[in-house]
Ligand binder design. Structure first.
Ligand SMILES: [Zn+2]
Length: 249
C-alpha cells in the first residue's frame, strides 16, 4: 500500500454530499459540541482514531487499549527527543532543520475530495491553505467563545506531517510502524498488516505537544471540514463525542 498519501487525511477525504433542500443552521450546535470535545482524553481520541482503522475491529479490546497507550507515549517521546536536540522549536523551523521541503498548494485537488495536508516521501510535505482560509471566519467565531490559546492551523498540520516523516525515517524501529496486526492465517502463512491509526494517534499527540496546544489537535478536523461542508463537520463532531465516556463536562 502506498504510504505517501497520509492515511489519516485520506480517511478525511469527504465526498460532498447532496444537501437536502432545507437544513438547520449547524453553527449553534457545532460550537457547543466543539467545546465539549475539549474534554476528551488522549486515550479517548485514540479510541476515535482507532475506530477508523480498516479491520481494526479484529484487535481485542485490551490489546487495542495497550496499543493506543503506546502510540500516545511514542508521540510524546519524539517531542521530548526533538526538544532535547533542538530546544523549543516551531514546526516550520524544525522542517527547515530536517531539510523537509514544505510546499503550499493553492488549488483544491478536485471538487469532491478534501485533503488538508500530506507527507510525500522522502522529504516533502504539502499543505493546502485554501481549506485554512475557508475555515477562518468559523475559527474566529469559535475563538470568541472560549480560550483557545494561540495556535496556527498551518503549524498543526505541519507538525502532524513531520511526525509522518519521522515515522518513515525510523520505520525499522518506531512503534507505530513495527506494530502489526494479523489479518489471516492459512497453515504456516500469515497475512500481516500495518496499523495506520497508530501513526495518526502518535502524530496528533506529537502536534499537540510540539505546538504547545491548549486544544486537542484533532479538533482541526472539525474546523477545516466546516469551511467546506458544515453539515459534514457536524457529523464528524458528533462521532468524536461518542468516544467521550462521560459527556457531561
Ligand atoms: Zn496523518
Amino acid at each position: 500500500m502506498k504510504r505517501f498519501v497520509d492515511e489519516w487525511y485520506k480517511k478525511l477525504i469527504l465526498s460532498t454530499e447532496t444537501k437536502p433542500s432545507i437544513q438547520p443552521d449547524p453553527v449553534p450546535d457545532i460550537a457547543k459540541l466543539i467545546e465539549a470535545l475539549f474534554c476528551l482524553s488522549d486515550e479517548e481520541w485514540g479510541e476515535y482514531l482507532f475506530s477508523r482503522e480498516i479491520a481494526g475491529g479484529r484487535i481485542k479490546e485490551n490489546l487495542k487499549k495497550t496499543m493506543i497507550q503506546k502510540a500516545i507515549l511514542c508521540g510524546k517521546e519524539y517531542v521530548r527527543k526533538i526538544k532535547m536536540e533542538y530546544g523549543n522549536i516551531s514546526p516550520s523551523v524544525l522542517a527547515d532543520k530536517m531539510q523537509i521541503q514544505v510546499t503550499f498548494r493553492h488549488e483544491e485537488l478536485n471538487d469532491n475530495f478534501f485533503i488538508f495536508s500530506q507527507f510525500i516521501p522522502p522529504k516533502c510535505i504539502v499543505i493546502f491553505p485554501i481549506y485554512i482560509e475557508r475555515a477562518k471566519p468559523f475559527l474566529e467565531m469559535l475563538k470568541k467563545q472560549k480560550t483557545w490559546g494561540n495556535f496556527s492551523i498551518k503549524n498543526i498540520l505541519l507538525a502532524h506531517e513531520l511526525f509522518h516523516f519521522i515515522e518513515e525515517r525510523d520505520k525499522n524501529f518506531i512503534f507505530t510502524r513495527t506494530e502489526k496486526m494479523e489479518l489471516w492465517t492459512i497453515g504456516p502463512f500469515k497475512g500481516i498488516s500495518p496499523i495506520f491509526c497508530l501513526g495518526e494517534i502518535a502524530a496528533m499527540i506529537f502536534a499537540k505537544e510540539l505546538c504547545g496546544l491548549l486544544i486537542p489537535a484533532n479538533i482541526i478536523d472539525v474546523i477545516l471540514t466546516y469551511g467546506c461542508n458544515p453539515y459534514k463537520s457536524l457529523q464528524i463532531c458528533k462521532k468524536m463525542l461518542r468516544f467521550h465516556k462521560s459527556y457531561s463536562c
